[in-house]
Ligand binder design. Structure first.
Ligand code: HEM
Length: 361
């Protein structure tokens, strides 16, 4: 058989043709491999983060690799019209857009206990009726602890538990902090933040900077926050229960809608956009862009947020990335986390269907 093929190729000058035919796909595969970082030892890829989250938090098939413990919520966003001079995104007009969101705790442990100081998050998928969707993931901390994806990977690895003690080696984190004074400053701000009672009375910040673009093409650097209408209550004391944050939220939604204002902060001259460890000065102009109303909680088991990735680069016309390097990394890593978790068998979530009474609004 092989002899016959060799003969045919030799007869027709086919070796050259075969080489030419194979070259293009081979080069393409090499280009993809290079782009994915597979051929560059030490290069950071989405796969690197998957390994890192596995090392730090353990294997949890079927769950998000970060912010693994969560619950779905639904409601709507109503633009106030006040942000239209900064962004031409349709959702800022006086209109109502459906929302599928998710509250979660940071970290890749889907069964971790709720505790007051753990970082809480809110993810939102805003879907204007005539198109122009916006996805975001926002956290209840004032700044992000690191400047870029490589530092985040090192920061996570420095916090990984030792196999023998199941605790992080403090010398590893001390070495990281010695190399990163910006993380020391950011962590001090995190520690000083005022803790609220739960998800409902918390403020969630974009941390990353983005750009708004209006109808005339004017570009404005922005960050934003979801600021609660619900009055702040003091945090729960010890012994509140391992899922108390989620149970409180479910209970609150059973009694009526919860509301947040989308407060957009306009960056001033010299405000850093490429570094989410740096807070912008107080007193910057703020615009109340609209109101988020949430009316219903559902378990992620079968709930509407399960099959969603809150990719921060899914932006409507009128909102664009800035020179902040983190959203692009997040986009790639969230996609990889989504692909892995979608193909894995999964046990029931900590907040399962049984935790949420049927027949609620
Ligand atoms: C390089 C930095 C970062 C990495 C590698 C990273 C990684 C991840 C991963 C793997 C997920 C799970 C995604 C999924 O399966 O759908 C996630 C979720 C999330 N991340 Fe990040 N993240 C980073 C930075 C940030 C920053 C700066 C924020 C800012 C607020 C943020 C907020 C969130 C939120 C809110 C979620 C939960 C989304 C949900 O509920 O589905 N992350 N992150």
């Amino acid at each position: 058989m092989m002899a016959a093929i060799r003969e045919t190729l030799a007869e027709k000058g086919g070796w050259l043709r075969l080489a030419a035919v194979c070259a293009a796909p081979t080069l393409l595969v090499l280009a993809f491999a290079l782009a994915a970082g597979w051929l560059v030892p030490g290069r950071l890829t989405a796969g690197t983060f998957m390994r890192t989250f596995g090392l730090v938090d353990g294997p949890h098939p079927g769950f998000r690799r970060n912010h693994a413990k969560g619950v779905c919520v639904t409601g709507w966003f109503e633009g106030s019209g006040e942000a239209v001079s900064f962004s031409r995104a349709a959702l800022f007009t006086r209109s109502r857009s459906p929302v599928v969101g998710r509250f979660a705790l940071a970290g890749g442990m889907p069964f971790q206990d709720d505790e007051p100081e753990k970082v809480r998050s809110l993810a939102l998928w805003i879907m204007p009726v005539h198109g122009g969707e916006w996805r975001m993931g926002i956290n209840d901390i004032p700044v992000f602890p690191v400047r870029n994806a490589a530092d985040f990977n090192d920061f996570l690895l420095a916090s990984r538990p030792e196999p023998q003690t199941h605790r992080p080696d403090p010398s590893r984190m001390a070495a990281f902090l010695a190399r990163h004074p910006e993380t020391q400053q950011a962590l001090a701000l995190l520690k000083a933040r005022i803790l609220t009672s739960g998800f409902a009375d918390d403020t969630y910040n974009s941390l990353d900077s983005f750009a708004f673009i209006n109808g005339e093409g004017t570009i404005t650097p922005v960050r934003w926050a979801m600021v609660p209408e619900q009055a702040a209550r003091p945090p729960a004391g010890p012994g509140a229960g391992r899922d108390y944050l989620f149970h409180d939220l479910i209970e609150a939604l059973a009694h009526g809608p919860l509301r947040w204002h989308l407060v957009v902060t306009v960056g001033g001259a010299g405000d850093v956009t490429a570094d989410p460890t740096v807070a912008w000065p107080a007193g910057r102009r703020q615009v109340d862009a609209g109101i988020l109303t949430l009316v219903r909680a559902e378990s992620e088991d079968g709930g509407p947020c399960k099959g969603i990735t809150y990719d921060p680069l899914i932006l409507p016309e009128g909102i664009a990335p800035s020179d902040d390097p983190i959203p692009a990394a997040r986009s790639a890593v969230y996609a990889r986390s989504f692909v892995l978790r979608s193909g894995e068998p999964k046990t029931a979530s900590a907040i399962s269907r049984a935790d949420i009474r049927p027949g609620e609004p």
